[in-house]
Design a protein around this ligand. Structure first.
Ligand code: PGA
Length: 260
């Protein structure tokens, strides 16, 4: 199976237009465009338009961090997936910051996944349990509920375009930031793949790209990417530092070469 590793940098609410442009410039100077990898950045909404003109698509692709599920209408302050269609190839959906800070519920995530698909944007659906849920032994139930609702009404054709990122909330740098053991990531990703298999069959489950995210940096990325279950990483804090992010991409390239 020939899956490209997917490395995604989530810049969150950091960097203004000028700073974003500078970081893209630095990244493009150092990334050589590996054909076996996809390198994606998710800058703030404000910078997507100028960066779409600056990026070299052989090296970098753009991802939105969020968008609204209606295509247009009187939704003051929102930007729709329809408006982003020409700018981005990917969109994060249901990131834990959206769920926890902005009260995004399961149904909203489901509607956003459909809006992204409708507008030809590949959803990267983020799922993961909080520390409290993990301590209460609810991890599988939480992952099951988040996954099955997000995929509700997704056809067997559409599912081929979807990416799932497992990000345990307790491992994200902005929340508890405890580094997850690779075996924790492995266990959860196996469970997620088995759920996809129950819903869509073995072929789809094996072909689906599953990412891991949560305090991934240039020192620990290898331990996650070496897991056979992992098809890429979602990187937050470390993606704001070009040296760290380039080191992550280079290691991914090395691992991809070793895998072949
Ligand atoms: P982190 O963020 O790498 O800073 O933990 C990951 C994320 O929130 O997507």
């Amino acid at each position: 199976m020939d899956k490209k590793l997917l490395i995604v940098g989530n810049w969150k609410m950091h960097l203004n237009v000028h700073q974003s442009s500078l970081l893209v410039h630095r990244l493009q100077e150092r990334l050589s465009g590996h054909r076996s990898l996809e390198v994606v950045i998710a800058p703030s909404m404000l910078t997507l338009q100028p960066l779409s003109q600056q990026i070299d698509r052989r090296r970098l692709k753009l991802c939105a961090q969020d968008a609204y599920f209606k295509d247009d209408g009187p939704y003051t302050g929102e930007v729709s997936f329809a408006m982003l269609g020409d700018l981005v190839q990917y969109a994060l959906i249901g990131h834990s910051a959206r769920r926890l800070y902005f009260g995004e519920d399961l149904d909203t995530v489901r509607d956003k996944v459909q809006a992204a698909i409708r507008n030809n944007i590949t959803p990267i659906i983020c799922i993961g349990e909080t520390k409290q849920e993990r301590d209460a032994g609810e991890t599988k139930q939480v992952l099951h509920d988040q996954l099955t609702t997000a995929l509700m009404n997704i056809t067997s054709k559409e599912i081929e375009r979807i990416v799932i990122a497992y990000e345990p909330v307790w491992a994200i740098s902005t929340f508890d930031g405890i580094l997850a053991k690779p075996s924790d990531a492995q266990k959860a990703l196996r469970y997620i793949r088995s759920q996809v298999e129950d819903l869509y069959g073995k072929r789809v489950a094996e072909a689906m790209r599953l990412l891991y995210g949560g305090s991934v940096d240039n020192h620990d990325v290898r331990s996650y990417l070496e897991l056979p279950e992992v098809d890429g990483v979602l990187v937050g804090a470390a993606s704001l530092n070009y040296q760290k992010f380039v080191a992550i991409v280079n290691q991914a390239h090395q691992i991809q070469t070793e895998r072949k």
